[in-house]
Design a binder for this molecule. Structure first.
Ligand code: ZN
Length: 216
């Protein structure tokens, strides 16, 4: 079946619905056949034969993979922060080791690791799993780790009105481990501090101790 130019296929292969909560601001649905054509081009450009047996299904497979890896482009992470509870809890809420996989926007190579999120509520508390949902949505976009870290922190500030937010992301970038300077095992750590964790050194030390307690 394969071997036909992907450009000849019908154009019914768009996937991904606009998330209702994004009010149409999200990018258009993923154009699978366009990715397929591009992947064929890349294979040809590196000197491969896109029509050899082992590569026949590759463009379609890669297209579906990109659609999956970039679902966060068509989703608004704020929707996971809309259902909060009103609680008179004024201690730090911390979720550690939220694992994620993302894609570095400079090389389109994966980077993966964990996020630690702490916040000091201002009356609004959300279910702990929602923090993982937010990380999931934000990471499933072409990303840089620094922006991903800040995006998560700013979302918690704006949606929960938290008194303080601390986000620490630790990740391994395959663009550093398999190419370029090739440093396997190197870990990139970024942090974003908001509110009291930014303005008060003692509060920041406290949340960092909570995050790294017993670890280092
Ligand atoms: Zn990179």
């Amino acid at each position: 079946m394969s071997g036909t130019e992907s450009g000849e296929r019908d154009h019914g292969s768009l996937v991904g619905e606009l998330d209702e909560s994004t009010n149409g601001q999200a990018p258009a649905a993923v154009d699978l056949s366009r990715i397929e054509r591009a992947v064929r081009e890349i294979l040809a450009a590196v000197g491969e034969d896109p029509d050899r047996e082992g590569l026949l299904e590759t463009p379609a497979r890669v297209a579906r993979m990109y659609a999956e890896m970039f679902t966060g482009l068509r989703e608004d992470p704020r929707r996971h922060l809309k259902k909060f509870f009103i609680e008179k809890y004024d201690e730090v809420v911390l979720v550690k080791d939220i694992s994620f996989n993302s894609v570095c926007e400079h090389h389109l190579l994966p980077f993966m690791g964990v996020a630690h999120i702490g916040y000091l509520p201002n009356g609004r508390v959300i279910g702990l799993s929602k923090l993982a949902r937010v990380v999931e949505v934000v990471s499933r976009r072409p990303q840089v780790q620094e922006r991903m870290t800040e995006t998560i922190a700013d979302l918690l500030v704006s949606e929960l009105d938290a008194k303080g937010v601390a986000v620490v992301v630790e990740a391994t970038h395959t663009c550093m481990t398999i190419r370029g300077i090739r440093r396997p095992g190197s870990l990139c750590v970024t942090s974003a501090m908001r509110g009291i964790f930014r303005s008060h050194l003692s509060s920041r030390s406290e949340v960092m101790t909570l995050i790294y307690g017993g670890k280092r």
